[in-house]
Design a protein around this ligand. Structure first.
Ligand code: ATP
Length: 572
């Protein structure tokens, strides 16, 4: 079977997610809301398993990290002190034609021929204005307008400076006429980038559309010139139209707290969870009695009014983060940055992401936040390209210092041994829950071949989730639904396993179909109760079942009493 292209693969993943209840568009019955998603019955399990495993390895299995669950809304001063209010922005540009908004730094550089226009004129209407200004006279000047339709600006400019007084009078009378009607002349300079091989007419068509939108119908384009351009980001990649100059766009969602909507009640939905950790640093330090180095971990919602939400859940406007702030002495920062990068790579491998599809990018000096002494981006090869899953940053003492300054409260740490007081430095691994969930779905998606009911090979869609994060761990099937003893035994097994894992009972349809349904949602194990379980053929097989493994489709005969321990050891 030929491998699907990346776009096809992503389309299949998105459609599987909806079909099987992993991820739905938010507010779908009302047409949705861009950049917002709901996790369905299976998605919520998968997401929860990812978060629980993160919490387990970051908090429960360590002595040096404790948790926090901070509020989403905080005092506005938090966002002023952290710098978010002034600088948490992306550069945005708008398409001059469609008004569509883009993130300026995400526009792929393009090459081609740029066609420039100094404006546009509706010549018929201009002639009417001309007739009104000259009371129907000056026919030779009128003919000049008609003859030089595409250089009317230079024609009129020549009248303006002409030694002929009459021409100068016509020019100013016509200008007065034009003042009253904005639908005749536009001197807005516009340009269009045309990719190699496309004709000049395509640029003209877009330019005519642009000027028509500004009110100049039946326009003649003015002052056209062209130039070859390489690697420009000034044009809309979708239609070649010129974009506006980049402007900063703050990504924080503004809201008001309390009954009055004025300047004093403004705050923001948090754009990251980290700030709650910094502002609670002293409280947590006191109650946990931790010594440096130690960390505070948090999982929670974050909100960013992204300019272009895209790639399914990858760039959303509401998402969850799993963040650790690991506080240390200044001299430990760089070493801990390396340590946490490695730990975080192990985490992804432990939830089934292949190391070969993870990349560590060292963020170059000029792209790093000014206070950071080192930052790594951990990227994953999504079907739409290698993109960031997590940032691991050594943020120095910037955040705590800012909050100490703004609050006037000491956020210093007192070292009992050296008797020194100082503001701890911090290393931050900051991961996105939604991006991790998307990565594990992309990683798990596979198509292979499996026999159907009659033994004929058919395409099987399978999500090869690591059992640790699979939404449903085990499906239990009685071979036939109308044989009471089979059904009763299967339900007993469900009761036996339920305290330990999420189990799904299914009695409807042919057994092969039932396996296939579970393969498609990534259930790693299937238990089938058949007549041998009842001891009808061979007494030695009484109370045994077949245990089917999703990936190999291998089936083993197992005693029911051994099922919990076998499965628990495989899903931990
Ligand atoms: P990007 O460059 O992709 O916008 P970022 O560098 O701004 O991401 P951080 O501020 O470092 O992201 O946030 C930490 C993590 O939070 C990211 O690695 C990502 O997993 C997650 N995250 C950030 N923005 C979004 C978003 N809009 N949708 C989903 N997850 C996000």
């Amino acid at each position: 079977m030929s491998a699907p292209t990346n776009v096809q693969r992503m389309d299949k993943i998105v459609s599987l997610c909806k079909r099987r209840g992993f991820i739905f568009q938010s507010s779908e019955i009302y047409g949705g809301l861009n950049g917002l998603w709901d996790y369905g019955p299976l998605g919520v399990e998968l997401k929860r398993n990812v978060k629980n495993y993160w919490w387990r390895v970051m908090v429960h299995e360590r002595d040096d990290i404790v948790g926090l669950d901070g509020s989403i809304l905080m005092n506005r001063v938090v966002w002023q002190a952290s710098g978010h209010e002034d600088t948490f922005s992306d550069p945005m540009v708008d398409c001059l034609l469609t008004k569509k908004r883009f993130r300026a730094d995400q526009i792929e550089p393009r090459s081609g021929t740029a066609y420039y226009f100094s404006g546009a004129v509706d010549v018929q209407r201009l002639l009417q204005k001309f007739d009104a200004a000259t009371h129907g006279g000056a026919s030779n000047v009128r003919s000049e307008i008609e003859a030089r339709k595409n250089s009317i600006f230079s024609v009129m400019a020549s009248w303006k400076t002409s030694p002929d007084l009459n021409l100068r009078k016509i020019e100013s009378a016509l200008r007065a006429e034009l003042q009253s009607d904005k639908n005749v002349v536009s001197d807005f300079e516009y340009s269009v980038l045309v990719p190699p091989g496309k004709p000049r007419e395509s640029a003209q068509k877009i330019a005519l559309h642009f000027y028509a939108e500004r009110g100049i119908e039946n326009a003649e384009l003015q002052g056209e010139r062209s130039e070859a351009i390489t690697n420009t980001t000034r044009y809309n990649p979708e239609n070649g139209s010129l974009l506006t100059e980049p402007r900063p766009f703050n990504l924080m969602f503004k809201t008001y707290v309390g009954a009055t909507e004025d300047e004093s009640s403004i705050t923001y939905l948090r754009p990251e969870t980290a700030q709650a950790i910094f502002v609670q640093f002293k409280n947590v330090l006191e109650v946990s009695r931790k010594k440096l180095p130690f960390g505070i971990a948090q999982i929670g919602k974050a909100f960013r009014n992204e300019i272009n939400p895209r790639n399914f859940t990858f760039r959303s406007r509401e998402f969850e983060q799993m963040e650790l702030e690991y506080f240390c002495r200044p001299e430990q920062g760089m070493e801990l940055l390396e340590y946490w990068k490695e730990e975080r790579l192990k985490f992804y491998e432990n939830i089934g992401i292949s190391r070969s599809r993870l990349h560590v990018l060292t963020v170059p000096n000029e792209e790093r936040a000014f206070y950071s002494k080192g930052t790594y981006d951990i990227e994953y090869d999504f079907p739409f390209g290698a993109q960031e899953l997590e940032g691991v940053a050594y943020r120095t003492d910037y955040d705590l210092s800012q909050h100490q300054k703004a609050s006037g409260k000491s956020l210093e740490y007192f070292d009992e041994e050296t008797k020194q007081k100082f503001i701890p430095h911090v290393v931050e691994p900051s991961a996105g829950v939604d991006r991790t969930v998307l990565a594990v779905i992309c990683e798990a998606y596979a198509e292979d071949e499996a026999p159907d009911e009659k033994g004929k090979m058919e395409t099987r869609i399978v999500l090869r989730f690591h059992p640790r994060i699979a939404p449903i761990k085990c499906a239990v099937f009685p071979l036939l639904k109308n044989k009471e003893p089979l059904v009763a035994k299967a339900k007993e097994i469900v009761d036996l396993l339920r305290p330990h894992m999420y189990v799904f009972y299914d009695e409807s349809g042919a057994i092969g179909r039932r396996y296939r349904r579970q393969d498609e949602i990534g259930t790693p194990f299937g238990v089938t109760v058949d007549f041998e379980t009842l001891g009808e053929k061979d007494a030695a097989l009484r109370d045994t079942v077949t245990l089917r493994e999703r990936d190999s489709m291998k089936q083993d005969r197992i005693a029911i009493k051994d099922l919990p321990s076998i499965l628990i050891s495989r899903i931990r």
